[in-house]
Design a protein around this ligand. Structure first.
Ligand code: NI
Length: 179
């Protein structure tokens, strides 16, 4: 089942997310639907608030850009540490169609999370996956990638954001591997 992707201006993107207490078939169905929704939009990452669900869950599949990577599910993730080095990358977001901006982020993280069967993990992750995780994790913290931009950059995209919020610009599948 495809979910509707919530775009900039929707309250759910700025709503506190709840810890997931029941890791059951219902959750696994949500995960399956999120992957389906993400693939339909040609995204590589999707967080639950983006599909109107305020729970601590996101999914990632970097396979389109990295053959070694496949589906990953993060339930109740917690980033414990950020590495010292940072890099820049032009990010996009399925919830903020047409806007792409350079965001500076740490290149490595240490994260704990559960999978969709409740198993616990504690991993150090670097490279592009670390960036995508931070972008999706931000969604669980009510943060969008545009929040990381300078006030000058923010003022330059203000008009476009208004158009997204008013529904003039909608989500379309692009081949830009949005997060
Ligand atoms: Ni996003």
């Amino acid at each position: 089942m495809l979910y509707e992707i919530q775009t900039y201006g929707k309250d759910v993107l700025r709503t506190k997310t709840e810890k997931i207490l029941q890791i059951d078939d219902n959750l696994r169905e949500i995960v399956a639907n999120m992957f389906e929704t993400m693939y339909a939009a040609e995204g590589i990452g999707l967080a639950a608030p983006q599909v109107d669900n305020s729970i601590r869950l996101f999914v990632i599949d970097l396979a389109p850009i990295d053959e070694e990577e496949g589906r990953r599910v993060f339930v109740n993730p917690k980033i414990l540490e950020f590495g010292d080095t940072q890099d820049e990358y032009e990010e996009g977001c399925l919830s903020i169609p047409t806007i792409k901006e350079i965001v500076t982020r740490p290149t490595s993280i240490r994260i704990t999370y559960q999978d969709m069967y409740g198993k616990h993990y504690d991993e150090e992750i670097d490279g592009f996956l670390a960036r995508v995780i931070q972008h999706e994790y931000d969604h669980l913290e009510k943060t969008l990638f545009i929040d990381h931009l300078s006030s000058l950059k923010k003022s330059l995209i203000k008009k476009t954001l208004k158009k997204i919020a008013s529904g003039e610009i909608e989500v379309e599948a692009s081949e830009n591997f949005e997060l």
